[in-house]
Design a protein around this ligand. Structure first.
Ligand SMILES: [Zn+2]
Length: 673
């Protein structure tokens, strides 16, 4: 696919990689790769030793940089039989003779994205290890199926010692379907070490968990049961918790503190936390029981609707609770030092966001919403639970902070109520939540210019590489020019690459998935606005139906495109090809004049479209204002290089002509009048 080819160019400088190597290693258990097929000349002992050293180095790199245990994987392949898995590594001396990069090329028949291509540069600063390409051999856009091997429920104990060391005894129900696995690979934070694994019959199972490995492999006896659900018990421990300066604790790894199968698959969580008496643990779900035993505090949380991920926080919190809209119980947990004023402000924004999104999207799904002050710079939304950065409890930034709080509340719908399928679809969560944050500014704070400023800031971030005045505090929204000085902007690739965009510059991930992702939704809303009534009702109806259609499930980008096409009875595939799968951003130069004819006044003009392919399409809304007689909204369909437009005749003389009203299309705009 051209997206992958472009990534190849981004990291290697060429569209087709022809390598010359001085070292090459290939690992597979497929007899087709038996070395005897390749050995044309008998290698001497010295080069064999060098090659062997290279193999070991490559394996160590994969483990250190990707948490990937290749020997363990090869062992699994032997057990599975008839293996086609193969991985090759080579040093490309053609690219750089002195410090050649190592490339890893893997073919994995079981992964959804069968082909993986990595680049490792041991001599560069930070020793970058990039995913250059990753793609399925089948249809590039086809998402992986929903019903594969997955954990459906966690059940058990998490004990947190006074020093922050965690000991877990967790049961997990694994849905296997008809497939009876001999081997399963699960991910688990490399902070945590397994003690033992047993099955539902009490048999101890063999496993491999290497130092630094980002998971482990479990081996099952031949006599696997005929049931479609396995129950395993995991005992593991490690220094999972870290204490911040205020004495509250946070998770060093917020995702892989439980063993996980696949990418953010949904599961139920029933966990008893046992921890020092002076603290309080807050987790997702309902607090079913809370009690004390000697020096220990115990809290039993049950989250009975499948959640994409769970989380907990531990500390000595200052708590405030109140009834929000629709009898939602809102619980706020801050540091003891946080101010009453901050609590009030956050409370108001959360309640207003809940009210608005319940009204415009779908009713909020849970009976309560917990907001926990997190000792980090970033925030996350879990079902009924928001980790809100301490910055939001302190900062005076007016506008941007309201949008952030609202963004996190919006994740209750985008990310939780419906999720996203793979890393490529993350804009369906982050981009949507980001846009909801902006719409919150428009709907809840209409007297401010915040919404307009937010849109302009996104434009400036994406098109101009940042906003002037951010670092001076003159501007509340967007990045500063300095923060984006290393940004690759649109050259990093399209939204559909997900996290891979930010591999060189993390801000590029934010720019694409959050800001441009939000802008895609903004453009869709602008497209769906009724020109006569200027109502965006169709947009909200579409989101409402999308939520209801995918409730409790995880759509992919392709699912969203299909949904939009069905909903609008139009084929808007071109729109998504341009903005989600494509990386080009147009530039428009327009000019117009007002002419008076017998029938009335007319506006005629020209739009030049540049920097995009000829079939690039846009419907650019314009507003025509008449002195004392209101205005009308029209749109110009632009395709190809030159477009002529004509509006009228009008009874009154147009006084003002607004091109690309409401920043409707993400584009560089120039008025050539
Ligand atoms: Zn978010």
């Amino acid at each position: 696919h051209w997206i992958e080819q472009q990534q190849l160019k981004r990291f290697t400088g060429v569209r087709t990689l022809r390598a010359e190597f001085d070292l090459f290693c290939l690992r597979s258990v497929d007899p087709a790769y038996d070395p005897s097929h390749f050995a044309r000349e008998s290698a001497n002992a010295r080069s064999n030793a060098k090659a062997l050293e290279y193999v070991q180095k490559c394996e160590q790199n994969l483990l250190d940089r990707r948490g990937f245990n290749l020997p363990s994987r090869l062992l699994s392949e032997i057990l599975l039989g008839n293996s086609k898995y193969v991985i090759a590594a080579f040093r490309n001396i053609k690219e750089d003779k002195k410090f050649p990069p190592t490339y890893f090329y893997a073919y994995d028949p079981y992964a959804h994205e069968n082909i993986q291509f990595y680049q490792y540069r041991p001599k560069r600063i930070g020793q970058p290890f990039y995913t250059v390409c990753s793609y399925p051999l089948g249809d590039y856009l086809q998402p992986p199926p929903e019903n594969t091997l997955r954990i459906t429920q966690y059940n058990g104990w998490i004990k947190i010692n006074p020093n922050g060391r965690v000991h877990a005894d967790l049961g997990a129900d694994i849905y296997t379907g008809r497939r009876k696995p001999r081997v399963i690979y699960l991910r688990l934070s490399n902070i945590l070490r397994l003690n033992f694994i047993t099955n539902q019959f009490g048999d101890t199972l063999n496993f491999i968990q290497e130092e630094k490995e980002a998971g482990f492999t479990v081996f099952f006896p031949d006599t696997a049961t005929a049931r479609d659900t396995l129950r395993l018990f995991f005992s593991y421990e490690g220094e999972l918790m870290s204490k911040n300066s205020d004495g509250n604790w946070y998770l060093k790894d917020r995702v892989y503190w439980t063993p996980r199968l696949g990418y953010f698959r949904r599961a139920r969580y029933k966990i008893i936390f046992k921890y020092p008496r002076r603290y309080q643990v807050i987790s997702i779900g309902r607090l079913v029981k809370d009690w004390y035993e000697n020096n220990w505090h115990l809290s039993y949380f049950v989250h009975s609707t499948p959640a994409k991920a769970s989380i907990f926080a531990m500390g000595d919190f200052r708590k405030q609770a109140f009834w929000g809209p629709d009898s939602v119980y809102i619980e706020l947990y801050g540091r003891q030092a946080s101010s009453e004023k901050a609590f009030r402000k956050i409370t108001a924004d959360v309640a207003n966001s809940l009210f608005l999104f319940s009204k415009y999207l779908t009713p909020y799904k849970y009976k309560s919403l917990k907001i926990i002050e997190a000792p980090r710079l970033d925030s996350q939304g879990f079902p009924g639970f928001i980790n809100l950065t301490w910055v939001s409890f302190k900062s005076q930034y007016h506008g941007a902070m309201e949008a952030l709080r609202s963004h996190e509340v919006a994740h209750q719908w985008w990310g939780n109520y419906i999720g996203w399928r793979t890393y490529r679809d993350q804009w369906l969560s982050e981009g949507f939540a980001e846009y909801m944050g902006a719409l919150f500014l428009a709907l809840a704070l209409p007297s401010t210019q915040f919404y307009k400023k937010q849109l302009q800031a996104w434009c400036d971030d994406i098109l101009e590489g940042g906003n002037i005045g951010v670092s001076l505090g003159l501007q509340e929204f967007g990045f500063s020019k300095r923060a984006l000085r290393n940004s690759e902007l649109e050259k990093s690739g399209p939204i559909y690459l997900g996290y891979r965009i930010g591999q060189r510059e993390p801000a590029d991930y934010y720019l694409s998935i959050y800001e441009k992702g939000a802008y895609v939704l903004h453009m869709l809303r602008q497209y769906l606005i009724d020109d006569q009534t200027e109502s965006d009702e169709q947009f909200w109806t579409m989101l409402n139906e999308f939520l209801k259609t995918w409730a409790g499930r995880d759509p992919s980008t392709l699912d969203f495109i299909r949904f939009v096409n069905d909903f609008t009875h139009q084929d808007l595939t071109w729109f998504f090809n341009q903005w989600v799968l494509g990386d080009k951003i147009p530039s428009y130069e327009y000019s117009y004049r007002i002419i008076r004819e017998k029938a009335g006044f007319q506006i005629t003009g020209t739009v030049l479209q540049k920097e995009v392919p000829d079939d690039f399409r846009a419907y650019i809304p314009v507003l025509i204002y008449f002195n004392g007689h209101g205005h009308v909204r029209r749109r110009i369909k632009v395709q190809g290089r030159t477009t002529h437009f004509r509006f009228g005749p009008f009874e009154w003389k147009p006084q003002n002509f607004v091109f690309n009203a409401d920043n409707a299309i993400l584009a560089k705009i120039k008025n050539k009048n």
